[in-house]
Design a protein around this ligand. Sequence first.
Ligand SMILES: [Fe+2]
Length: 259
Amino acid sequence: MGNARLDAIFSDVLESLRRVIREHRVTEGEWRLGVAWLTEAGTQPNEIPLLLDVHLGAAVDDVNNAVETGTENTLEGPFYVPGAPLLIAPYVLPMRPDEPGERLLFSGTVRASDGAPLAGAMLDLWQVSADGGYSHFHPGYPDYNLRGRLATDDEGRFEVLTVVPVPYEVPKDGATGRLLAALGRTAFRPAHLHVKLTHEGHRPLTTQVYFEDDPWLGRDAVLGTDRPSLVTRLVRDDGGPARCSYDFVLEPQPAAVPA
Ligand SMILES: [Fe+2]
């Protein structure tokens, strides 16, 4: 006996594609071009996961992790590494002695949906460096560079020193990049801080924080659209590090569904 759910999903995928072929009157030449392009993607390492993540990952994330009363979720992305160092206040993300980039003081609060501050909420932060790399994925970075876990204080507040992240491009040498170029889209993602938040009794949240005035906001190669609720402002006014803040809200853990 076949898998009924697989059958239902695959049938819908096929019907959606047939509808596209009919509506756009896809020519045989275009069809052969599409087959050749997919074949090319399949022969390149990691190109199919990249292609699917770039175009469909956010939809899967939204279906499974959409938030109702808390801070909006966003994709985890491919660069998370578990086990980042547990930091001790005053918090500074691990960085190289000569870490390039403008220093950034990132602060904020973590609260419950009813506004109550969440003491001891854990933030697991990771980000790209100012020279455009993620530790563990790009060569030349110490393990856990610009990655760390930190807890909020008794009033649900946190403050951590890091560097201002930069916009970066998703890999564009393969079939995914050729498609983006053909569509007239760039491979850039706006600058962002990645964070996973956890607190007992609350639904874990994975999201990203962006910055106003980023030239790539609104044309993110991955999300395509803005998530205005996740945009904060970089403030540079006192000669010290740049500053930004974000107040996160975690919604209650849903009641367990009986098996
Ligand atoms: Fe990222």
